[in-house]
Design a protein around this ligand. Sequence first.
Ligand code: FAD
Length: 380
Amino acid sequence: MDFALTEEQTAIFDMAYAFAQEQIAPFARQWEAEGTIPKDLWPKVGELGFGGLYVSEESGGSGLTRLDATLVFEALSMACPSVAAFLSIHNMCAKMLDSFASDELKSRIMPDVLSLNTVLSYCLTEPGSGSDAAALKTRAERTNDGYTLNGTKAFISGGGYSDAYVCMVRTGADGPKGISTVYVEDGTPGLSFGALEQKMGWKSQPTAQVQFDDCKIPAENLVGTEGDGFKYAMMGLDGGRLNIASCSLGAAQAGLDMTLRYMSERKAFGQTIDQFQALQFRLADMEIELQAARTFLRQAAWKLDQGAPDATKFCAMAKKFVTETGSKVVDQCLQLHGGYGYLADYGIEKLVRDLRVHQILEGTNEIMRVIVARQLLAHR
Ligand SMILES: Cc1cc2nc3c(=O)[nH]c(=O)nc-3n(C[C@H](O)[C@H](O)[C@H](O)COP(=O)(O)OP(=O)(O)OC[C@H]3O[C@@H](n4cnc5c(N)ncnc54)[C@H](O)[C@@H]3O)c2cc1C
């Protein structure tokens, strides 16, 4: 058993970290205020090979393992978890397309997906179905030329911003087996977007409803096989959960680093506040919790890479544990900054706001417990 990162993994982390510190961190607050990430960032991210992190090298991707990818998201989120998490969604979609789309569709779209000239959104949730995603109602009726879509997707990260939408739609009967995955390009007639949602965090990402109103797509935009779409959507989520957890981990680590610096300068009662043992113990607890979270996350990623039978359970456990640990740590960091932690200039309150949603999406942390409990009780 070897817990050390390889030289290559260290290089991947360092490359992502250096890029993010230069190209993302200085602008994160401005992008948050503007409510958008400049589109010209993405091709630069694509040049690093981050547009298809675990798309195979034969398909033009970077061919990284899931464990490698967690390092990328951990490093990027040290600059801004909102930007990092947005890239995670694109990568989840890119992997689904690479794994299941026809060769014809792939040859048309994948070069731009991998270079991030095409930014992707993942459309599963609907106004009436979130955790119970298989209850989705958006319909895709088969026509002579393809499909006609009607319905609404809710909470879509990149809604109205992305260049294409990977959508789970109903082509058959109720339940998961009636769901298919389709690829809908921006500009398709009948595709429109709701107003931008006003959110607590992740403010640099535009979030909106995606609406289909007799939206016609060609037959070749079906991804994989009709009726298998829910399976594809869930397969994407194991890795997505690791990435979201990595975003919590990296941001919380950045928060702890900032807090250590702050505490070495801030004085109270004639000494720097890092001299109070009560506060030192809190720092120690945060370090212990983050190291435990990192080890657990990397084990879950390794399980997914190995194709271990309990990988889904481990991804769910890690997502729950690491996202809750991350939020707890940044909340403590805010407290240790005193009143300054509450001010935007110090960068901590943004982390508290950005990380909160990680407990809600890619499956809520209650649903993570459902997955774990189901496995625990399966042999009864
Ligand atoms: C900022 C943001 C961005 C998002 N981006 C996307 C995106 O890009 N694409 C996309 O498809 N979706 C996206 N989502 C949607 C997200 O995945 C859903 O909000 C999430 O799955 C929960 O669904 P819901 O909001 O309908 O809550 P509900 O499913 O209504 O849940 C309400 C509460 O009940 C609990 N609950 C539900 N069922 C159970 C159960 N069986 N046992 C115990 N507790 C349960 C939940 O955990 C939660 O606490 C985004 C959401 C947000 C907030």
